[in-house]
Ligand binder design. Structure first.
Ligand SMILES: CC(C)(COP(=O)(O)OP(=O)(O)OC[C@H]1O[C@@H](n2cnc3c(N)ncnc32)[C@H](O)[C@@H]1OP(=O)(O)O)[C@@H](O)C(=O)NCCC(=O)NCCS
Length: 174
């Protein structure tokens, strides 16, 4: 699918080279530090996970590339229940020093949500650790509002962190 000149390629359609690149970005310390599962993902688990996605209706992952063909990052929809989904995102390794990539990925995810959800999704959610300032800023910039009632704690490797929950209503008509 192409949105505003950006190519969003479903992981299930990606070649081995593309999926290897995705794995290296996902395993970058910055991405792991900001993820619920922060362990390093091995090649075998990654490829078998992507294979399993063919059967799954509740999640979809996309490799995003720019109009110049350079990779931008990954966006994901998980917890798809027919009316809403959780958005995840991270930058491609070669974009490390670029600014504004988070808000761009979130804007593309919002537009993609209409296509992926068949125009039926009413809400997007995204969760972020409170210490992840660049992501919180990106989420705010993309127009999400925090649902403070859903603020919660999460314990990872013996450390308890605060999780902020953000929401973006979708226009039913797209
Ligand atoms: C989240 C992520 C995509 C953001 O990338 P980015 O948008 O290119 O990052 P930027 O450097 O432009 O920072 C985004 C915003 O945070 C601000 N920011 C960054 N670091 C900051 C800091 N330490 N203190 C205050 N503000 C900060 C930037 O100024 C920018 O604000 P602006 O939009 O008002 O200009 C990227 O950091 C990433 O991939 N992180 C790892 C994965 C991740 O955290 N995913 C989200 C999980 S919820």
């Amino acid at each position: 699918m192409t949105i505003d000149g950006f190519l969003l390629k479903n992981f299930t359609d990606c070649c081995e080279g593309e999926l290897s690149a995705v794995l290296s970005w996902r395993n970058a310390p910055e991405v792991r530090r900001n993820s619920f599962s922060c362990g390093e993902i091995d090649r075998e688990s990654h490829f078998s996970y992507v294979k399993s996605l063919v059967q799954r209706k509740d999640r979809a992952y996309f490799l995003v590339s720019g109009p110049d063909g350079r990779p931008v990052g990954v966006i994901s929809f998980t917890g798809i229940d027919g009316v809403s989904a959780d958005v995840g995102y991270y930058k491609a390794g070669n974009r490390k020093n670029e600014k504004g990539v988070g808000a761009l990925l979130l804007k593309l995810a919002e537009k993609a949500a209409y296509a992926v959800g068949g125009g039926k999704w009413k809400l997007l959610r995204t969760e972020v650790f409170s210490f992840n300032v660049p992501s919180v800023r990106s989420i705010e910039r993309a127009g999400y509002k925090e649902n403070a009632e859903k603020r919660r704690f999460f314990t990872r490797d013996g450390e308890t962190v605060t999780v902020l929950c953000w929401e973006l209503p979708l226009n039913a008509a797209g």
